[in-house]
Ligand binder design. Structure first.
Ligand code: SF4
Ligand code: SF4
Length: 147
């Protein structure tokens, strides 16, 4: 697979924290410019090593973080997916996130949405899962897909 590039996406420079430079989660980095990182050659190690799940191949081009409106990060084996986003109701608006949630639910794994310092939204409660699984089942019937 051709390696992916961030292109115009700069989502992680706002929605993730970078502790070494005191950058909080959900706040645009002070070094962020219209053309990308203003201190690219001297950027912190956290920034150098970070890759979101999309950049390493998860999801198709339509869910690049700036298009999805969320940065998806996944633990090894995907026991936990965390989505850093300005929209805590993203599963309501994104079929891709609903599909992720349905797959996580089937595997007994978790999915958490994080918006800056606001309380995290954990989409693992029974009523959420039932609603999302129902939506997902309808979509899978319509598209013939299964996670
Ligand atoms: S969120 Fe992912 S695709 Fe977007 S800039 Fe960060 S690493 Fe690149
Ligand atoms: S230092 Fe650069 S790469 Fe790191 S968050 Fe700020 S703008 Fe983004």
């Amino acid at each position: 697979m051709k390696p992916r590039i961030c292109g115009p996406c700069q989502m992680c420079c706002t929605w993730l924290a970078v502790e070494t430079i005191g950058k909080a989660c959900g706040v645009p980095c002070e070094h962020l410019t219209a053309h990308g990182c203003g201190i690219y050659e001297m950027r912190p190690d956290e920034c150098r090593i970070f890759t979101c799940a999309w950049l390493v191949g998860m999801g198709d081009v339509s869910v690049r973080p700036d298009r999805l409106n969320g940065v998806v990060t996944a633990a090894p084996e995907r026991q936990l997916i965390v989505i850093f986003t300005p929209d805590l109701d993203l599963p309501e608006r994104s079929a891709y996130v609903r599909k992720l949630l349905a797959v996580q639910g089937r595997r007994g794994h978790g999915l958490i949405l994080v918006k800056g310092d606001e309380p995290r939204k954990i989409w693992a409660k029974e009523e959420d899962m039932e609603r999302i699984m129902a939506l997902s089942a309808t979509e899978q019937k319509a598209t013939g897909t299964d996670g």
